[in-house]
Design a protein. Structure first.
Length: 132
């Protein structure tokens, strides 16, 4: 369950990162104005803002028109990338722990199966020797 929650967080942060990247790509690359804003769907930016707030990554500041300024988009893109990298590392660690647990469980099951088989063989041999 914890792994699924981490995967959902990583997916959501990936969506927010994609929105910020799209916002940056929509800005005029020739303009040197750090206050220039994106030209993408304000709903997408609002959703990205909500994702970032929900996971406590950062506070994305939007303009009155629901857009993001260039400098803000760059800062938040870096924040999200760092959070996403951390989440991916944590997710890999959780997956490794889960694989270790499954390996130990499989080993215990094989040991229990061998013990039961040995017990059955001993019981069969005992019954056969009594009958002989």
């Amino acid at each position: 369950k914890a792994v699924k929650l981490r995967q959902a967080k990583a997916t959501a942060l990936g969506e927010a990162l994609a929105t910020l990247t799209e916002a940056l790509a929509s800005m005029d690359p020739k303009s040197q104005d750090p206050a220039r804003t994106s030209g993408i769907d304000a709903v997408k930016l609002k959703n990205a803002k909500e994702i970032l707030a929900y996971y406590g990554v950062c506070e994305l500041t939007l303009t009155g028109q629901g857009q993001v300024e260039y400098a803000e988009a760059i800062r938040r893109q870096n924040d999200v990338q760092t959070a996403l990298d951390t989440e991916n590392n944590d997710l890999q660690q959780a997956m490794t722990q889960l694989q270790g647990f499954l390996s130990r469980r499989d080993s215990a099951f094989k040991t229990a199966s061998r013990i039961v088989r040995k017990h059955d063989e001993t019981a069969i041999n005992t019954i056969e020797s009594i009958g002989a």
